[in-house]
Design a protein around this ligand. Sequence first.
Ligand code: AGP
Length: 603
Amino acid sequence: MCGIVGYIGKDDIKNRLLDGLAELEYRGYDSAGIAILQESDLSIYKATGKLENLREKAKEYSSGDTFGIGIGHTRWATHGKPTEANAHPHFAEFSYVVHNGIIENYSEIKKELTKKGCSFLSQTDTEVIVHLFEENLKEHKNTLVAFEKTISSLKGAYAILLITKNSPETIYFAKNGSPLIYGKGENGIYFASSDAPLIGSASEVVYLEDGEYGYATNSEEKFFLDFKELNPEFKKLHVNKTFAQKDGFRYFMEKEIYEQHQILLETMMGRVLEHDIVFEEFDAGILVGVESIKICACGTSYHSALAGSYLLERIAKIRTHVEIASEFRYKEPILKESELFVVISQSGETADTLEALKIAKASGLKTLAICNVDNSSIVRLADFTILTRAGIEKGVASTKAFATQIMVLWMLSLFFAKFKGHLQKSDIKKELHKMIESAASTKVDEKLHERLKKLSKRFLHGHGFFFIGRDIFFPLALEGALKLKEISYLHAEGYPAGEMKHGPIALADSELFTIALMPKNLLFEKIKSNVEEIAARDATIAAISPICIDSADDMIYIQNSDSYMVEFFEMMVVLQLFALEVSIRLGNDVDMPRNLAKSVTVE
Ligand code: AGP
């Protein structure tokens, strides 16, 4: 997930672009860059890391108050490491482009362009856009036609801004799958990935729709869809910047829950193919000599690790053991070089997890990090890394990072199973469809959200919550309990449903709230009898299931599917929204709950 900005005017172009990029910081940056074209002079600056590195690089340059056009970009690495060469804007001979999204067919386009003699400086998918544009310009001689030909060749998600010396007063734009806003104000024309950078500059905006494209100069603007001209409706821009960074949601956590279905597609992009699973970060050699897997993590990442262990054993048939990092590092663990040591961390900076990784490295184990922040300490230390591509997660309570960790562990299970010969192509294809269905199942159903808003008012007191589940739904129960604890401050425990009768059921009474995860496709009869045991003791039960549970006081229905993993992802969203709504009702700061930090870099 990246951020792009554009400007046409004469009001200090450089700082308008840089200030616009600063408003997109919640989209994260591994690198940033700007390109400015004034008459025929083109200035381009790129820097890795935070935006201040780019400001430093461009500080001597002043765009003055002469008319010009400019584009800018903040990058969250998806294809290619966060190097300067991979930073946008990307360029060919005389054209420059910034892009947010993923061009799925970039490899084929790159091959064709290379045959035509194009040379590429970066590993990114984006760079093909600008070379393809110049090839089309050679053929069609008309800039707009060349741009139309270019975007109609692209498959995947994109928000594109392109400038060219061939048309030095014009910004070409296109939107498909990734957000792009066009704005107008008294000092010029503006483009941005969200409205935060436009506030205070643009007075009216167009939220471009998929398939729309066009061009703008200081005196002309054209919008098209399917090669036909459009007259889009301009809207007034609201003025609250923080509200804007949340794209209209009440909290970053809420926004991050709502974007999971798109984020998961980015996590899968380029890895989940028609009939195959591939990781550009490593090949099957990673498993040579490996007889078992040990996973170490903390908090929510520990829960995804636990869930992943069910998948790795069930699908890849690899013995997998999971440990809490803060326990592992002091227990004088017995490690074998035949173990693949996996660490999972959203931030890549969690002290306990980092120390566990150091212990594994010192013991000569092969190490793999599943992480959301490239260039973090854990990523730099691990032998191999899979980036989860969740984008910056601002809410302290992790949601989309957890979802992407589960998806990566599922993909990894399939990848290892394929390598070990446990899965045929046809089996892989079936699993891939379940993955895509699972990602789609995380799209929030507004009616479900309303239901949970209402239900939450019943759960604001009592002497505690049990979240219960079996098999892979036990780690999900742990996660649901943690979500509720950390933002509502109410006590909650995740528990294996089969274990309740071994003691905890003594707590059961009408003041004990039990949230039961009851998938149709995995051990349904077992969990049903566990719930009946508790219901018989008068506990208050909310069941999450596609099936009506007579013994439950409340039902939260999920869609009827034939995959327990689809049920897993859908129940995950229910638990996240439930915790969010209880916390909001209690008047807590959902995004920055008391006593917590987003990254625990201390012991
Ligand atoms: C998750 O909601 C919590 N904020 C916390 O448990 C977090 O998962 C834990 O601190 C691990 O962080 P990491 O994934 O960045 O290593």
